[in-house]
Design a binder for this molecule. Structure first.
Ligand SMILES: [Zn+2]
Length: 857
């Protein structure tokens, strides 16, 4: 028997749960009555529970025989065993439990969130976060996604408070000093989707989408920040009903902003919970990037109402399908809502992040067998979300969007209110497309890595070759290199679209590259070509020198995503040692006239990486190179928006100012930033919301102690979640060692919420000015952070070690993790260490050549 799966001799079909949270004592009591199906005459029932005290358990079997059960809690296995004297009759029975627990501060299970009300008084609310396996911390249950059941929730609360759960309120009554809120029955769903929020809450006026009221909830004083979130919630709900061809499965849709929240958001059916920055925003004061984040997360969670909630993975190995699909759908919905945002071009940034991790030897397949649920913890990463969404996009484009959609509809209809797996989706898409989907997709899903497609012209022929792309020739050797990666396939089935310019015309050729090499004859009058036309493919392209030069001469003829990929692939190929760094830096000089914010983001990201590698003596020269590349673009855009200018251009202006004022250490930009910021603060000359966050970042970078305290106060008293984030991260930009120390201290003394602290430390580890101080702090405070931060906090924070890109720091990082026997889940640590190795190896290999190249600046 599998020790990680509950026996199926007794299974639930319905839970009637009553919970009574007490926000003063930070405890709760609960009772539940569970309808069960007894398949065999067993005398033991096994279900999940942890950190709960079960006071009473009574079982009534199908023959009406009632027995008190002896309760044994196995905390390590997170199980509760109920033993009865006489075997249970088979058929429908009932299990009644009474239990108690605490409202913890670890942001999981049933937890408390503490925030200040508008007058500065601390307030407490209670919320739940159950995925993956924390419903068992709130009530004993069969806490596996395949045990779907109906949930009927009743809450007994302080009458001054408000309660929200997955469904509409069915009745509200009084019982002594308590308000009794009973919610309608849920659809048949998994335990991890149950949600309960209790506190002083404000709601917006509902908008009806068909019969479904859509509302935003938040703590008092923040309702004015809800309009934008509600707008995209409504738009995406309509979009998905139409796309999926199925009505929304719940009876209402509430979106709730929780002041303390570990993840970004959680797709509880009908009661989606968010961290505040992902839902609440002042539309007039926010940058494009801040608005896009809200739109993305809201659309993503709404997409899950069908994909994940209505149809659910059978077990945790299927997490990828949930998350990849929701990420893919989020793009479709936001793209349909605001086509001017060019969401699929911006998705290039996400795809690039996935290509980076998947280029490591220590990557993993998107889907792999999972036994213990905690093995799935490390699945919530860039490979699941971004690689997963990328390969779905590639498949959608390959099959055609209409065929893809038909397959998705069929999959949802066939498996609704039940569970399904990857194979079921492939089968549905196969029926819709009449194509052998597993043959095309298995290499992308069940094998690690992806191909580098080399493109060359030999004589009159186009030659395409594929090989696995890796940054390092050999896997990293380190103490914990334990888990063997499944052997990659010799090759992938790569849908390559090539756009060929010949004789003054352009044509697109579709090639399914299944062999190591394939050849096509080129048309007469051949001029140039773009492989990965449209940019949807999850692979890298390496052009031969002649083709690359032709493309660089025709940049305006390329789409933004194609230019993005050109830079991104060239950078990766040079990091992997297949192109000299100097050649890459020469290439960046061809993009001075670039006006797409995403292309700039990849250029700037590569300069950031180099900044962590160059010697202190070379750093001013790298700064000069950054100014050389970016100053012209900012000068052309100007510092203030022009009439009719689009949102993306405004965002680019902010990004260029930030890059020049920090990475480029441009003193004129810093002075101008100070001037504009002062004018804005006085109310004399308001600054564009896309520029303001950049000014704050630049002023942090160039700031002194006085500015630090000013920014800390602004962080503490911020009026929107976005403003709070801007000032918080600006604190990490101050280079003075004493201020770095202060910021670090604030990550464990309560000044910075534990939901944010890991990310702040990660920033400090990544930045040249603070990385050594931050690393010393992390080593010293690891156990404290482990105690304070939410689950996954340390994993997210430790990503910052990638920034410790000197040979001596790298050695120290290895020593620390080795001595402390630290495991960050899955292959996470191995991946961080390999990324660090890639950076240090680049420095060792190219240091002298880089230095020689930079000497001209
Ligand atoms: Zn999701």
């Amino acid at each position: 028997m599998d020790p990680y799966r509950l026996p199926r001799t007794v299974v639930p079909s319905r839970y009637d749960i009553r919970l009574e949270p007490d926000l003063t004592t930070l405890t709760f009591r609960g009772e539940e009555s569970i309808a069960i199906q007894v398949a065999e005459p067993v005398s033991e029932i096994v279900l999940n529970a942890v950190e709960l005290i079960v006071d009473e358990a009574v079982v009534v079997d199908a023959q009406g025989h009632e027995q008190r059960a002896a309760v044994t809690l196995d905390e390590a296995a997170e199980r509760c065993r109920l033993a009865v004297a006489a075997p249970l009759a088979t058929g429908t029975g009932r299990l009644r439990l009474a239990f108690r627990g605490t409202l913890n501060d670890k942001l999981r299970g049933f937890y408390r969130s503490v925030y200040k009300d508008p007058s500065g008084v601390p307030r407490t609310m209670a919320a739940t976060q159950f995925e993956a396996t924390d419903a068992r911390r709130a009530f004993p249950c069969w806490d596996e996604p395949a045990f779907k059941a109906v949930f009927s929730v009743t809450l007994a609360i302080d009458p001054t408070l408000t309660a929200v759960s997955n469904t509409r309120v069915a009745s509200e009554t009084r019982e002594g000093a308590r308000k009794i809120v009973r919610f309608a029955d849920s659809i048949v769903m998994s335990t991890y989707l149950v949600a309960i929020v209790v506190g002083e809450l404000e709601q917006t006026e509902p908008t009806l989408v068909g019969p479904t009221p859509v509302r935003i909830w938040c703590v008092p004083g923040k309702r004015r920040l809800a309009a934008f979130g509600q707008e995209i919630a409504v738009a995406s709900l309509k979009f998905f009903e139409d796309y999926y061809g199925l009505p929304y499965p719940g009876d209402k849709l509430d979106l709730l902003a929780i002041p303390d929240f570990a993840a970004g958001a959680m797709e509880n059916l009908g009661a989606i919970t968010f961290r505040e920055t992902a839902l609440l925003v002042d539309e007039r004061a926010a940058s494009h990037a801040e608005l896009q984040r809200v739109a993305d997360v809201v659309a993503h969670e709404n997409a899950h109402m069908w994909f994940g909630d209505l149809v659910t993975m059978s077990w945790w190995n299927g997490i990828w399908l949930n998350e990849a699909f929701a990420t893919f759908m989020e793009m479709l919905a936001v793209d349909a809502w605001k086509p001017e945002w060019q969401r699929w071009v911006a998705f290039g940034v996400s795809r690039a992040a996935a290509l980076s991790v998947d280029g490591l030897h220590s990557t993993r397949p998107i889907e792999f067998p999972v036994r213990a649920p905690r093995e799935a913890d490390a699945m919530f990463d860039v490979l699941t979300y971004e690689k997963g969404a990328s390969v779905l996009r590639m498949l959608e484009q390959y099959l055609g969007p209409d065929v893809f959609r038909v397959g998705v509809h069929e999959y949802l209809v066939r498996h609704r209110f039940a569970n399904a797996d990857t194979g079921d989706l492939w089968a549905a898409l196969g029926r819709a497309s009449q194509q052998p989907i597993p043959a095309v997709m298995d290499g992308w899903i069940f094998a690690p890595g992806y191909p580098l497609v080399s493109v060359g012209v030999e004589g009159r022929e186009l030659v395409l070759r594929q090989q696995r792309f890796t940054y390092l020739a050999e896997p990293l050797r380190w103490f914990g290199a334990a888990s063997a990666t499944p052997a990659p396939p010799a090759r992938w089935q790569v849908p390559v679209q090539v756009r060929i310019a010949a004789g003054g015309r352009e044509m697109v050729e579709r090639v399914l590259l299944t062999e190591p090499e394939t050849r096509r004859s080129l048309p007469a009058g051949f001029e140039s070509l773009v492989a990965n036309e449209g940019g949807h493919g999850f692979y890298r392209v390496r052009y031969d020198d002649g083709l690359l030069e032709r493309l660089l001469g025709r940049l305006p003829g390329l789409g933004a995503i194609e230019r993005f990929n050109l830079v991104n692939d060239a950078w990766a190929v040079s990091v992997a040692g297949l192109m000299p760094q100097a050649r890459y830096l020469e290439l960046t000089a061809r993009f001075r006239d670039e006006r797409d914010k995403n292309v700039w983001s990849i250029l700037i990201a590569s300069f950031h990486t180099l900044n962590r590698l160059v010697t202190p003596a070379d750093r001013p020269k790298l700064e000069a190179l950054v100014r050389d590349r970016a100053a012209g673009a900012l000068a052309a855009l100007g510092w203030t928006p022009r009439a009719g200018e689009d949102e993306l251009t405004r965002q680019l202006r902010g990004d260029l100012i930030r890059a020049l004022g920090t990475l480029g250490n441009d003193q004129a930009v810093q002075a101008r930033a100070a001037e504009l910021y002062a004018g804005h603060e006085r109310g004399a000359a308001p600054v564009d919301p896309n520029v303001l966050p950049a000014l704050i970042a630049v002023l942090g970078h160039a700031g002194d102690e006085g500015r630090y305290h000013e920014f800390f106060e602004r962080f503490r008293t911020a009026k929107t979640p976005q403003e709070e984030q801007r000032y918080l991260y600006a604190l990490t930009a101050f280079p003075q060692p004493a201020l770095v120390e202060q910021t670090l201290a604030r990550t464990i003394n309560g000044d910075i919420r534990t939901q944010d602290a890991p990310f702040v430390v990660r920033s400090l580890l990544m930045a040249v000015h603070s990385r050594e101080i931050a690393w010393e702090f992390v080593k010293k405070q690891w156990d404290t952070m482990d105690r304070l931060y939410p689950k996954h906090g340390l994993r997210r924070m430790a990503e910052g070690v990638i920034g410790l890109a000197t040979p001596s720091l790298e050695a120290d990082v290895h020593r620390f993790f080795h001595e402390r026997r630290i495991d960050l889940g899955g292959k996470t640590l191995e991946q961080y260490l390999e990324q660090l190795r890639v950076a240090v190896a680049l420095r060792e290999r190219e240091g002298a050549a880089l230095s020689a190249y930079l000497a001209r600046y």
